[in-house]
Ligand binder design. Sequence first.
Ligand SMILES: *Cc1c(COP(=O)(O)O)cnc(C)c1O
Length: 422
Amino acid sequence: MDHFTTRSGVLHVEDVAIPAIADAVGTPFYCYSSATMLDRYNAYAGALEALGAKVYYAMKANSNLAVIKTLGDAGAGADVVSIGEVQRCLAAGIPAARILFAGVGKTREEMAEALRLGVYQINLESEGELRALSEVATSIGIEARAGLRVNPDVDARTHAKITTGRKENKFGIDLDATRAIFDLAASLPGVSLRSLSVHIGSQLTDIEPYREAYERVRDMTLELRAAGHEIDHLDLGGGLGIAYGAETPPDLKGYAEIVRDKVGNLGCALSVEPGRFLVGDAGILVTRVIYVKQGGEKRFVIADAAMNDLIRPTLYEAFHGVVPVVNPDAPALDGVCDLVGPICESGDYLAQNRALPALGEGDLLAVRSAGAYGAVMSSTYNSRPLIPEVLVKGADFDVVRRRQTVEEAMALDAMPRWLADG
Ligand SMILES: *Cc1c(COP(=O)(O)O)cnc(C)c1O
């Protein structure tokens, strides 16, 4: 259940009619439902509650401060991948002690800052990172709590660009090299390596790959303990998918059972890092039709949102449902239709080969399930300013990121001395 419903023929987000938001902020814009996020968070946390697993929101999915605060106030910690994300968490009220710092290439400067701020744990992904963390922590006189991300070589059966747990992916340490890293860590000052972490990919709707991955984590935990290493925490990653189209959403109860069966009785504290699952279905991208053009083969609906606003269709061949905001259930016209933006790239589309109802200039469309990896991946390509983000709560809504102006985007540019006037 999400909170996007049709009332009197008009799409609403919770109790707010979308045209009212469009009138207030203009188009295009992202719009998020607080209640949908909180429902997802409560379902996820609830399914794992009996196992004592702590939820760290993978905030790279949507790092708007209001989104982070909504989930943080509900009890979530945060999984971050840069010091910028740490700063966003702190600004949104998630304390450092509830932050897990992951990522394949943390710099020494980022590690030092994270340690000074007191993040809960740093997840390492290479021997180089381990040595760097040891040096950094020693130089500032702190013992750093660390985890090691392992690569279980499991096929997550998801899109190639979002699978992360195969040997050929850049993430983590191969299982057969893990023991040596723990041995090395035991000999280094400043680092307390006591945790294993695994994240096999994103948008998994089939939960079976987790069974294999967690089985390998379990075996590795036992092997490390037998070798004298203390393991007190397992970080089980994120990756549970959502239904963008006809997919069956993943079975949370089944997932929790896999966690319990495979790693529930090891005496380890557990954490999970969902991103997309919490926020994906909570957001839409609202765009206005500029023109409709009948091509030789298909109808092109040219809208004011483009690939710079939502790159998932172009980058991942991702499917997003598209519905008119007024009369969303109107019957589709014969023939197929592409929803495209104004950008000068053939890859600039939000949807391809869809059956859509009759549409005219000025009509509003909602691009569904755009709450995750949407606004955060946007750019200003073609000098298109970043678009607003709006958060809805019940009958109330507020702008949580205002529209950028072209002047603001240009303000970072500067003329070199030899081109400056006078
Ligand atoms: C991206 C990421 C996540 C979240 O992935 P989702 O598919 O959005 O749940 C979790 N953990 C790590 C380490 C990640 O890089």
